[in-house]
Design a protein around this ligand. Sequence first.
Ligand SMILES: C[S@@+](CC[C@H](N)C(=O)[O-])C[C@H]1O[C@@H](n2cnc3c(N)ncnc32)[C@H](O)[C@@H]1O
Length: 484
Amino acid sequence: MFPIIDLFAGPGGLNEGFSSVRDENGAFVYKTLASFEMDSFACQTLRLRATYRELVRSERDLGPYFDYIQGKKSWQSILTGDFRDAYFAAKTHVYQVELGAENRPEVDDFIEKQLGSESNRGHWALIGGPPCQAYSLAGRSRRKGDETFVSDHKHFLYREYLHILDKFKPTVFVMENVKGLLSSKNGESSMFQTILGDLANLPGGTHYQIRSLVVDADPANLEPSDFIIRAEEYGVPQKRHRVILLGVRSDVAPRVPRRILKKADGAVTVRAALQTMPSVRAATSSRRPKIELDWQAVQEQALNEVRLTEITNKVEPVKSGTLAIDAYESWISEEALDTPIQHVPRAHMVSDLARYRVMAELAGLLGKSPKYTDLPAALHPEHKNITREGTPFTDRFRVQVWDAPSTTVVSHISKDGHYYIHPDPEQTRSFTVREAARLQSFPDNYFFEGPRTQQFHQVGNAVPPLLSKQIGDVVAEMLGFLDE
Ligand SMILES: C[S@@+](CC[C@H](N)C(=O)[O-])C[C@H]1O[C@@H](n2cnc3c(N)ncnc32)[C@H](O)[C@@H]1O
């Protein structure tokens, strides 16, 4: 099996895709030797998933795993027999640490131990990307004028990545980052060009050829935008655009042919992703005053106004891909589960429920999310002048529409459900963790540890596993040529 090491592993989305790749005989292609991550809940998720994989790969009983993730048995009660063995075998490779200059020696030691001595080391892959806050456009605009931003250590966490490339020389690496990386500046220089230059000329003399996974062109002629992967073009029910670099060590690059991802036959929509989820209503929280109104009347008024003015501009559904939907369904579905797990709605304030309800009704008519300003005045918050130009309030609510992929599921979903309003007005709520996980293409049997906000956070952080599975397939095919 081809070893992989995962840096800044999060809940393991990137790793999940690679770990699922099988060869033509059904044998698993990759084996994870180490996952480095600093967040303790994400590490718990990684350990549990690694245990699941261990059980699958050794064809042992998955019963205790399913009992645990469905809340039927406690952790203590399942930690016996085969499950216990699998857990201790799997958990050793999940290493909780804050990567950075200070912890380099212990991280290096662990990698050395896992990979074995240099003379016996075969081909292996480094996956994962340095955290994105410093590059993300939102993070940058919030910190405009902040002198410390230029020297923010997160800007330089990629140096840890470079260090590992330089010292341990993986055959290939897959590095994911936000699109903001392409336009990010470090002082006067472009962060992206700096990174490309660094990757091509590491201090120890190793060189990497940087390839695109979506544009089949000579690496010397690639444009920055050629590294952007749009997840919705590859069967993921979500518009998620990320920069993904594939590095191939230059001594093997001439023997490794170029390969790119194959586009899906059309989109997987929110409808296709969520149609089998049980319908549930949100609980109400009354932390703030309820709004006093006849909201059925308000709803009627809103619908009438929309019918009169905008219905002729209804947005058409996007083209669905039949094969893509089949592939998605077989990827996420899990027969061993009685009902989807982690599908408990958040509580919302009554005033927000009325807004969600009306906005979801309007979205159904328009084929797109209405603007908050489309709501009748009775549903506006009393303390805000939402029509004032420039007020951020108008963009604070978004309905995810049925007949298109969703907008990007970001880690901030943990704090704010308003961007992820369910398209079914009857359910009147924001998405659950499982719905967000489905939009991220996590298999239904993937369990996220920690309190609910942490579960959302992990889901939003990940590379969609169905996309990383395809990247893993492409990399496996390319590397197959090294054996010839
Ligand atoms: C974007 S997420 C990675 C997602 C992951 N590739 C996946 O597909 O699931 C980035 C992760 O890096 C972790 N992280 C940030 N700084 C770190 C550091 N200095 N050392 C270790 N982990 C770090 C964060 O906790 C977060 O889980």
